[in-house]
Write a protein that binds this ligand. Structure first.
Ligand code: NAP
Ligand code: GCO
Length: 266
């Protein structure tokens, strides 16, 4: 196989949950450049419309659907629709996610449950919906968007950390259970990426100085910068392509070195 073929997604159908903007969009756009047909879903029509507008502007012929990943029946219907309108799903990226930043002692169990529902049960539901087709066709790729919080804790993100830590283990379990069918399930673990989700952590203070968390992240990252969604393109393409056919149950952290670093001395 040539190097071009090794990384090609020609003829593949890739479904990116929550792929309207940010990390999901960057991954989808990279897959489109590699030849894949792109499908994405969001829970709200306005987000789907926003995504479709961006894909059109970038010359990508993507299909967008409204579907909440926590609704198992709706996800089942969506997969049938994708199969009928686009093709069977070869690559699934479980990207849709939410975060709530609330001290644990002030968090309602219902709110905690909702984060786990979207960030962990959603990937279970979407993976479960595509696995039978992948088994039937003799292979497939599932990429779970994990987090620094799959490894680390911090104040206020208990539900998110619990869900993303769980997603790391769901990744390993899918690899363990379905690897024999030539299905590779890996995680991608973005570090601190400049997207809307992290915008509140980067807001300038009234005097124009950096948000303390922003300075903290710069100091904690050997690359001394926030990541961009485009930093995920190459690693995500690797995990979706034949180049990673013997890589399974792995979490590929794309974090500018955060997990390797003890932090800058004061
Ligand atoms: P984001 O703001 O987390 O965007 C999430 C997308 O998911 C949106 O399109 C949203 O659309 C969709 N979504 C949310 N709930 C959904 C649901 N129940 N069903 C279907 N779609 C849903 O964007 P992001 O910052 O690019 O993050 C993408 C992923 O990367 C998330 O899993 C996040 O946890 C993870 N991550 C982010 C960072 C970072 O630094 N930004 C770092 C590590 C990991 P609707 O609102 O219309 O549903
Ligand atoms: C936070 C952040 C993170 C990141 C990301 C890190 O409040 O600490 O939002 O959790 O978004 O997941 O990898």
């Amino acid at each position: 196989m040539s190097i071009g073929e090794l990384f090609s997604l020609k003829g593949k159908t890739a479904w990116i949950t929550g792929g309207a903007y940010g990390i999901g969009y960057a991954i989808a756009a990279a897959y489109a450049k590699a030849g894949a047909r792109i499908v994405f879903n969001c829970s709200r029509q306005e987000t789907v419309d926003r995504g479709l507008k961006s894909y059109r502007a970038d010359g990508i012929d993507a299909k967008g659907y409204v579907c909440d990943v926590t609704d198992e029946e709706a996800v089942g219907r969506l997969v049938k629709k994708i199969e009928a309108e686009v093709g069977e799903v070869d690559i699934l990226v479980n990207n849709a996610g939410i975060i709530r930043r609330v001290p644990m002692t002030e968090m309602e169990a219902s709110e905690f449950r909702h984060v786990v529902d979207v960030d962990l049960i959603g990937p279970f539901i979407a993976s479960k919906a595509v696995l039978p087709g992948m088994i039937r066709r003799g292979g497939g790729k599932i990429i779970n968007v994990c987090s620094m919080m799959s490894e680390l804790g911090r104040e206020t993100v208990s539900a998110y950390a619990a869900a993303k830590g769980g997603l790391k283990m769901l990744t390993r379990n899918i690899a363990s259970e379905y690897g024999k069918y030539n299905i590779q399930c890996n995680g991608i673990g973005p570090g601190y990426i400049a997207t809307e989700q992290t915008a509140p952590l980067r807001e300038r203070r009234e005097d124009g100085s950096r948000h303390p968390f922003d300075s903290f992240i710069i100091a904690k990252t050997p690359a001394e910068r926030w990541g961009t969604p485009e930093d995920l393109e190459g690693p995500a393409l690797f995990l979706a392509s034949a180049a990673s056919d013997f890589v399974n149950g792995h979490i590929l952290y794309v974090d500018g070195g955060i997990l390797a670093y003890i932090g800058k001395q004061p």
